[in-house]
Write a protein that binds this ligand. Structure first.
Ligand SMILES: Nc1ncnc2c1ncn2[C@@H]1O[C@H](COP(=O)(O)OP(=O)(O)OP(=O)(O)O)[C@@H](O)[C@H]1O
Length: 262
């Protein structure tokens, strides 16, 4: 297994957010995490990435405890696409994506032609080449999200962890990002994403994990795990799950029946 978490407990200082989480992801797989607001998805991701110290359990990358990696060693294997919020400096979009190369550039050395070419390819892969010279602070939320995905791609990671990668994207860019996620996995990467749309799990995930109050309540293939019953239990609303011939996969939608009204 590329990434293996066993009986992981996580939270902030003395505050416990989650416990008992066992999951793994291997090359070529997309693992999709679903769960209601505040259940602990981002906290779990930050713990998987070593950005938050774990409160208990084991966490290994390629068989080695993640605590035994330096930050730059770890970044050569794993890229993180955070939610596109927070303060940023006015670097150009090109330079933000080029920063994805940082862990591969020696201290005090400058980016090479190859680093710049890989940056250009990552911008093109996400369809944002035209934004290259724009300041990152002056682009839209969706454009920021695409830039952060391009930065992760430029890192050439084995594992990419994406926190709600489709959150601020329009319908077309959601579809483009879901397709890119599938192609990342097809090219041999391991991918972990979170989303609030269970249909997205059907679109790109090999496995899906359902999280409730910091614990995993189910993990398995989307068709086995994502049922009207499991989604109703997770979100507290009635959900229809149907196979759509034209799309060639299942989609999920709330029924909006009267009895779902708050
Ligand atoms: N820095 C922090 N210190 C203490 N508690 C925090 C901190 N950040 C988040 N929490 C709490 O931890 C819990 C889990 O938050 P987390 O952001 O992991 O949820 P999430 O599943 O990612 O939510 P969402 O779907 O809304 O993004 C919440 O109760 C939240 O209030």
């Amino acid at each position: 297994m590329m990434l293996q978490a066993t009986d992981l407990a996580f939270g902030y200082g003395r505050i416990k957010v989650g416990q008992g989480v066992t999951l793994s992801v291997d090359r070529g797989e997309v693992l999709c995490l679903l769960g209601p607001n505040g259940c602990g998805k981002t906290t779990l991701f930050k713990t998987l990435l070593g950005l938050l110290p774990r409160q208990g359990g084991r966490l290994e990358l390629n068989g080695k405890d993640i605590a035994d990696f330096s930050r730059s060693q770890f970044a050569r294997h794993v890229a993180y696409v955070p939610q596109a919020t927070g303060a940023y400096f006015p670097f150009s979009v090109f330079d933000v994506v080029l920063m994805g190369r940082a862990s591969r550039i020696d201290t005090f050395a400058s980016p090479t032609m190859a680093d710049r070419a890989i940056t250009q390819e990552a911008l093109a892969a996400l369809g944002i080449g035209h934004l290259a010279t724009r300041p990152f602070t002056d682009i839209s939320g969706g454009e920021k999200q695409m830039t952060l995905i391009a930065r992760a791609l430029a890192q050439e990671p084995e594992l990419i962890v994406m926190d709600e990668p489709t959150a601020s994207l329009d319908f077309g860019n959601q579809a483009r990002v879901l397709s890119r996620i599938s192609s990342f996995a097809a090219s041999g990467m391991a991918v972990v994403i979170s989303t609030h749309d269970p249909s997205h799990a059907f679109a790109c995930a090999s496995r899906v994990a359902l999280m409730q109050a910091g614990a995993l309540v189910a993990i398995g293939r989307p068709a086995d795990v994502l049922t009207p019953q499991s989604l109703q239990a997770l979100y507290g609303v009635e959900v229809a799950v149907a196979y759509l011939d034209q799309a060639g996969r299942h989609v999920c939608t709330p029924t909006l029946n009267e009895r779902n009204a708050p």
